[in-house]
Design a binder for this molecule. Structure first.
Ligand code: GDP
Length: 227
């Protein structure tokens, strides 16, 4: 269904979390969507979040966010291409107390280059800001890196919730400022199955670079969905 004039039909936005294992991707998602924090020792055993839907009002528009977590795929250094399909925003997470996780970001960017179009909004999130005492990545360095990569930047803590809402809101705002990412192309809108269906199949979604790739089945787009 096309966006209505009264803005009552939500704009579907798909965000992805990527970054090394243990930087806190699941924790950020849980904090943002459920206002929840699991004690450190319980987290890795318990967190199995891989998909959350969250509604928000941004710039006078209703937005239905679907936020996807890697569900541990990154441990094997391969994330299926279907994970990236239809994404309009990418949240690249590192841990401010882990130089290694920050140094891994260029690798994540090169993977992104393969799978998403350049207009897709990116934000670098330095998580675990509460661990200031063991910081290994200076803010200025990370900020400069994000700027070079044409990305937004925020430091946050899933533990204390500082910066978490900003991180998600900033990405969504930038996406709304880029209509080509969410306004369906006219010829596709005509006779399309509607945004809800498109969200699940990746069909007609801007940012989708290869709908018909081998293995690019609608089921593939749902891989890892725990919903
Ligand atoms: P993921 O593998 O990137 O999804 O990371 P997890 O969300 O599973 O978190 C890995 C570990 O880091 C867990 O023990 C979390 O409790 C811990 N963690 C996540 N976010 C934070 C944070 O903001 N501060 C602190 N101190 N620990 C965090």
């Amino acid at each position: 269904m096309p966006q209505d004039k009264n803005n009552t039909t939500p704009i579907n936005v798909k965000l992805l979390l990527i970054g090394n294992s243990s930087v806190g991707k699941s924790s950020l998602l849980l904090r943002f969507s459920d206002e929840q924090w699991l004690p450190e020792d319980e987290a890795s055993a318990t967190i199995g979040v891989d998909f959350r839907v969250h509604k928000m009002d941004v710039k006078g528009k209703k937005v239905k966010l679907s936020i996807w977590d890697t569900a541990g795929q990154e441990r094997f250094r391969t994330i299926t291409s279907s994970y990236y399909r239809g994404a309009q925003g990418i949240i690249l997470v590192y841990d401010v107390s882990s130089r290694e996780s920050f140094d891994a970001l260029p690798r994540w960017y090169s993977e992104l280059e393969t799978y998403v179009s350049e207009s897709v909004v990116k934000i670098v999130v330095g998580n675990k800001l509460d661990k200031e005492y063991s910081r290994q990545v200076p803010t200025a360095e990370a900020e400069a890196f994000a700027q070079r990569m044409n990305s937004l930047f925020v430091e946050a803590s899933a533990k204390t919730s500082v910066g978490v809402r900003d991180a998600f809101r900033n990405v969504v705002e930038r996406i709304l400022d880029t209509p080509e990412l969410w306004e369906p192309a006219k010829k596709r809108a005509k006779g399309s199955k509607g945004n809800e269906e498109n969200l699940r199949t990746g069909e007609s979604m801007p940012g989708n670079i290869d709908l018909n790739a081998p293995g690019g089945s609608p089921e593939g787009a749902d891989a890892g969905c725990g919903c």
